[in-house]
Design a protein around this ligand. Structure first.
Ligand SMILES: C[S@@+](CC[C@H](N)C(=O)[O-])C[C@H]1O[C@@H](n2cnc3c(N)ncnc32)[C@H](O)[C@@H]1O
Length: 371
């Protein structure tokens, strides 16, 4: 009996190309995946352009628009807009009607691309790309030397993009879910408490908390001066400057004592001395005060990070989180997926012995830590 031909043995008929071997088929399949990833990386620039020029917002709820109609709405160049619109059709972000020559942003896509206040808004993450790709040469050098690339050494699009990327998650969950999950914290802040938000960046987390608890006072600290400036201007615009202050300080030496709540949103792992930051926090907390640690929902077992969020976060760790810590004086270089056990040990060493998982989302894990 003759064995049936397999993909690796089947020969083509005379004049026909031979069928690919199994190995060739696997290479082809991976090649297609990498091309798709490269295409998405290139198209990300167009997504960012749409976000920063307000194109998604201009198209949201507008029905089908021709390039001339979009140009009239935005005051932008029609020829560029047509090219951008065509690119969005190729990426299936817009529908095209060949009869009218018009382009449509559907409502469900608008919910992701057009409204920075929607909990599903994700276009902000593309702002970071300019900075990340712009840091490539500095990262090449860092890989060679083992030195860091400090947070402030990246382009300003990183700071703005980080704020835009995290803001919708904080809007959706910080007050309604995360603080609600910490025993007694809502009551404490409703009565009037003191809060320090460490590594506050552009201050969205601080301002969301301040809006929810009008009897409480809030202080945001970050060692990055331009971010503190942006946070101050957010507090002014929000009419909260009388009880929300922002100052430049490191997490290891921020001032004040008697805080009911000290928060670290997605920043503890960026620090080379997270133990020093938590020791300072242990010292700064009031009796019964709580430290809220919000960290990426990433596993120390890299096989568990094989999903889009894990992929994006791991890449951010290479480009930003690890280099940020390596640029600071201190003993640790955690990256963003050191895992809960490592963080917990550091907290314990800093005198914060009680550790609970208060809440979880696909992006974040939220720990409430106390003495
Ligand atoms: C990923 S960003 C998060 C910013 C903000 N918490 C948010 O969620 O949008 C990390 C922040 O930590 C700050 N940071 C890093 N190391 C710090 C340190 N040792 N002391 C104070 N801030 C630090 C950076 O300046 C940056 O604003």
């Amino acid at each position: 009996m003759t064995a049936a031909p397999t993909a690796s043995t089947r020969a083509g008929a005379p004049g026909e190309a031979a069928a690919p071997t199994a190995e060739e088929a696997r290479v082809r399949e991976f090649l297609e995946r990498v091309i798709a990833d490269g295409a998405a990386a290139m198209a990300g620039l167009c997504t960012s352009i749409g976000d920063r020029l307000g194109l998604w917002t201009a198209m949201a709820g507008a029905g089908p628009l021709t390039p001339a109609e979009l140009a009239a709405r935005t005051g932008l160049d029609e020829r560029y807009l047509r090219e951008w619109l065509d690119a969005q059709v190729a990426g299936e972000y817009l529908d095209y009607d060949p009869d009218r020559g018009s382009y449509l942003l559907t409502d469900e896509r608008a919910a992701v691309l057009a409204d920075p206040d929607a909990p599903t808004y994700a276009a902000g993450m593309f702002t970071m790309l300019q900075a990340l790709y712009g840091s490539e040469n500095a990262l090449l050098e860092a890989f060679r030397t083992g030195e860091g690339v400090g947070w402030g050494e990246h382009g300003p699009a990183l700071f703005e993009g980080t704020a835009k990327f995290f803001r919708p998650g904080y809007a959706a969950a910080l007050v309604p879910e995360w603080l609600g999950a910490v025993d007694g914290m809502e009551e404490r802040l409703q009565r009037g408490g003191r809060v320090a938000d460490i590594g506050c960046g552009y201050g969205h987390s601080t301002v969301f908390m301040a809006e929810a608890y009008p009897a409480s006072r809030f202080h945001g600290y970050d060692f990055h001066g331009p971010s503190v400036e942006a946070a101050r201007s957010l507090a002014e615009r929000s009419g909260l400057a009388d009880r929300v202050e922002f100052d430049v300080a490191t997490a290891q030496d921020y001032p004040g004592e008697g805080y009911d709540l000290v928060t670290f949103f997605d920043c503890l792992h960026d620090m080379s001395d997270p133990g020093g930051a938590l020791r300072q926090t242990e010292h700064a907390l009031a009796d019964g005060g709580v430290c809220l640690l919000v960290e990426p929902n990433m596993s120390a077992d890299v096989r568990e990070n094989v999903h889009p969020i894990g992929r994006g976060m791991s890449a951010a760790s290479v480009a930003v989180c690890l280099p940020s810590a390596l640029a600071q004086p201190g003993p640790e270089a955690l990256g963003n997926h050191a895992g809960e056990d490592v963080m917990r040990r550091i907290a314990d060493g800093a005198g914060l012995h009680h550790w609970t998982l208060a809440a979880e989302s696909p992006v974040n894990r939220v720990y409430a830590v106390t003495r």
